[in-house]
Design a protein around this ligand. Structure first.
Ligand code: AMP
Length: 433
């Protein structure tokens, strides 16, 4: 019986996996330059963690969590985001008492959200992100935003549109929430079902609605910037000034509110549009959080962070590099061992193990007896660069016959010299290309 992959999840072949790894490696090096250190956290967490942080009224908690009860009757979820886990580890390990703040970390791993799958939107996807907890400064907000911009450029994604906004402090946001609730109340009968729900649960999220007829109403809604406290306005101006000084282009988008309740003050998203104007949605997003650490039982410290969707970064890079999308399920091999004549396959296997012990390069063989011609075909299919023939003469004389598949040159090598010869063959093959 054939069993399909779970809806919204996908298998990554070797080529796609290598693309993910390449992006993670590049992000790791930017994280290193910015002094973020790596942590690895569990994929399952208590459901309560997200109710308290992301918020009971958020789409994530209301509709998108993979929640289940374990055998010990704990209500657990497959993590739907990272920030709450990072803050949880900060609080659980009393990190504020252990280190000189800020706590600066990077992380990566799978995330699970029960969303409607579409291009660039999966139910299991991969995030890479950073958080800086413990110091309250617009400079850190600007630094994290700059990290994201620099990272995208290092990966090879230029022409990124950075959208930023501020949600203000508590007073500004509470006042604004009242004002737009009143405004939308007058128009809600013309708006979509989700907006009607959001008016009851979280009116700010109406600003996020992408439905064109609702957009007309949203465009005319009162703007958050008209209700900011002096402190929030100054903070926002300071961050934008710092971005200007670092030559980071940005657009102020007053409808940007983000779907996670813990954000306050600055929020931002990175967008990429293809030449035809297509977009997969945000490549990454983040913001400042004033109360999350306290909310999760820690001291009253703020934080700021961002997360990239690695699946989307891969998609965009494939488009930029015009990659053919074709997978290659062959495993890579440089030296392919082939038994010749009547030698026992076990003797060739011994040589394979001896060469692997020497380390350095990849060696393989076919583990069943087959005619020489078939084995050479198999080596060619694997794109092996060198064949190592082992016949009776080679076993008797303790030698290897090595053939370079590109130049067709063949040589006989003493087994005790194999390590050095193979090394020089490898380097000459690099030069040959
Ligand atoms: P968020 O945690 O919602 O702020 O999302 C951060 C980033 O994760 C987004 O900017 C996307 O790049 C990515 N992302 C969010 N949801 C999905 C999804 N369902 N599938 C793929 N990537 C996603």
């Amino acid at each position: 019986m054939k069993i399909n992959v779970v809806k919204g999840t996908r298998d990554l072949g070797p080529k796609e996996t290598a693309r993910f790894q390449e992006i993670i490696d590049k992000l790791d090096s930017i994280s290193y330059f910015y002094c973020f250190t790596e942590v690895t956290l569990p994929i399952i967490e208590h459901a309560q963690l997200y109710k308290r942080s992301v918020g009971e009224t958020s789409d994530i908690v209301r509709k998108e969590m993979y929640a289940f009860e374990d055998k010990g009757k704990r209500l657990l979820v497959l993590r739907p985001e990272f920030t709450a886990s990072i803050v949880r580890t900060f609080v659980n390990n009393k990190i504020h008492a252990l280190i000189d703040l800020p706590f600066k970390v990077h992380y990566h791993g799978p995330i699970f959200r029960y969303e409607r799958p579409q291009a660039g939107r999966y139910r299991q996807f991969y995030q890479y992100g950073v958080e800086s907890i413990g110091v309250n400064s617009p400079l850190i907000d600007a630094e994290v935003i700059t990290y994201g911009y620099a990272a995208l450029s290092f990966i090879g994604i230029e022409n990124v549109i950075l959208k930023i906004n501020t949600l203000g402090d508590d007073d500004s946001r509470n006042k604004y929430r009242e004002i737009i609730s009143e405004y939308f109340q007058k128009h809600i009968h013309k708006m979509c079902h989700d907006c009607n729900e959001r008016l009851q649960t979280n009116p700010l999220r109406i600003l996020d609605c992408k439905i064109p007829s609702d957009q007309e109403i949203i465009k005319k809604a009162p703007k958050i910037h008209d209700y900011l406290s002096l402190a929030s306005r100054e903070r926002f101006n300071e961050v934008t000034k710092l971005l200007d000084q670092s030559d980071i282009p940005f657009e102020i988008d007053q409808t940007l509110v983000r779907g996670l309740d813990y954000y306050s003050e600055i929020v931002f998203e990175y967008h990429y549009y293809s030449d035809e104007g297509k977009t997969l949605g945000a490549l990454g997003a983040g913001g400042h959080y004033s109360h999350l650490v306290k909310e999760l039982g820690g001291p009253d410290l703020p934080g700021v962070g961002l997360s990239f969707g690695v699946d989307r970064l891969v998609e965009v890079l494939k488009e930029i590099e015009e990659d053919d999308n074709e997978e290659d399920y062959n495993s890579f091999v440089l030296f392919y061992l082939i038994p010749v004549g009547d030698v026992k396959i076990e003797d060739v296997y011994d040589v394979l193990m001896e060469l692997r012990k020497q380390g350095g390069y990849s060696y393989d063989m076919y583990h069943e007896k087959k005619p020489l011609k078939t084995l050479i075909q198999k080596a060619k299919k694997r794109d092996a660069r060198f064949l190592i023939f082992i016949g009776e003469d080679e076993l008797k004389n303790n030698t290897l016959t090595i053939k370079n598949m590109k130049t067709e040159e063949q040589m006989v090598v003493n087994r005790q010299d194999a390590k050095q010869v193979i090394r020089s063959l490898f380097f000459s093959s690099m030069r040959e290309g």
